[in-house]
Design a protein around this ligand. Sequence first.
Ligand code: NAD
Length: 454
Amino acid sequence: MNIINPATEEIITTLQEDNKASLNQKLQLLKTSSKDWAKKDLTERIKVIRHFSELLETEKEKLASVLTSEVGKPLQQSRNEINGARARIQWMTENSEKYLSDEQITNTDELKETISYDPLGVICNISAWNYPYLVGVNVFIPALLAGNGVMYKPSEYASLTGLEIERLLKLAGVPDGVFQIALGAKDTGEQLLDMDFDGYFFTGSYRTGQHIYERVAAKMVPCQLELGGKDPLYVADDVKDIHAVAAGTADGAFYNNGQSCCAVERIYVHEKVYDDYIASFLKEVQSWKSGLPTEEGVYIGALTRKEQLSVLENQVKDALDQGATLLQGGKRKPGKGYNFEPTVLTHVTNNMKVMQEESFGPIIGIMKVKDDAEATKLMQDTEYGLTAAVYTDDLNRAKQILKQIDSGTGYWNCCDRVSAGVPWSGRKHSGIGATLSHQGLRAFTKTKSWHLRK
Ligand code: NAD
């Protein structure tokens, strides 16, 4: 498997993919060794995971540079990602005793009723490339804290980062047989689906997620999916500072080249502030530095996957064929690297691909609306349900709209953010189950109810 730098198109290295025999061997090792890990006191596991987090900090520059080399995101965004992962680990380690320890429900002289949170066993984590530290940490850290063994399959586009994660977890004290890595692409993933895991935790596209859900259904083990989005954002007419709103929401759409599951993918703007918003939005987009992701100050780096360039070109063509206006960008950049110009389309309609299909790139469609009712209707018009955002001076107005949107997350005057203390979950085609928060810790456990009568 060749690992390619998307900014230079050079081969960084070649790795040996796993095969059926090597995966089976790893699974057997996990099944044997994870039992001892589960028996350890939770405080011991917490200590190991805290050590892992410290190692992330110590080796941050090296890790950021490896990440940037294989996914093309600007170096500063790679550093931000590692910092973000550490913040999540901190929340998880600070809260796991509260949520993973036995819980007493009834406590009388005659009867005690308690709940224990037992590990699932050995879980399989098939992961995405866009934030390998963040989406990885959402799964393998709570899984390990809860006492599970983990087979971690990083995306084929983030294999080097996967190997760094494995190295640092082991250096921190996770036993060899408790965390194993499965290297490879779709074929490796398919083989994992044939194997005997006690739970599947997937982050990736709707199409793959749906396939995995069907493939593992007969096993009757937990299967959790964190999938894509087509996240809408509405700017109402009462916002105080339209320039700040335009700058903040442009960042929400284009950070990491738009390759975020919760990137703003569609924008609806009230007609009264539309012209000012567009002017400020464009100014912001035009102020960004594009270039090699290793250059400091670059905000728009390379896309990770070459195939996405055609997806974006196709969305632009579809929009222009149906009467949209191209205000900015619209094409790939010449020369080496998978680079696409930050693209802004207006006069779009909701049936266009750019307003319906996940773009996962530096492109946005902006639409003028006449009132909240029209905005709400358009925002809700999607197969996805990850996040939705409303910018207004009035919290009640935002709540009124967000309550009508079938999404796992609602944002008022913010967007494109994830926080460790609240569940991260998608509705409709955006997924099943939740990571982060108490739910995300307990997702890696099975409960036992204890009825203890004297
Ligand atoms: P993808 O579905 O192409 O691949 C995800 C993983 O699945 C990879 O490891 C891949 O090798 C593996 N895979 C592919 N085909 C498989 C198969 N048939 N069987 C088993 N495994 C298989 O997704 P991607 O391109 O890596 O990630 C981008 C997608 O992930 C976007 O849709 C994005 O929105 C979504 N995402 C969601 C979240 C979230 O938290 N909801 C977070 C990050 C990314």
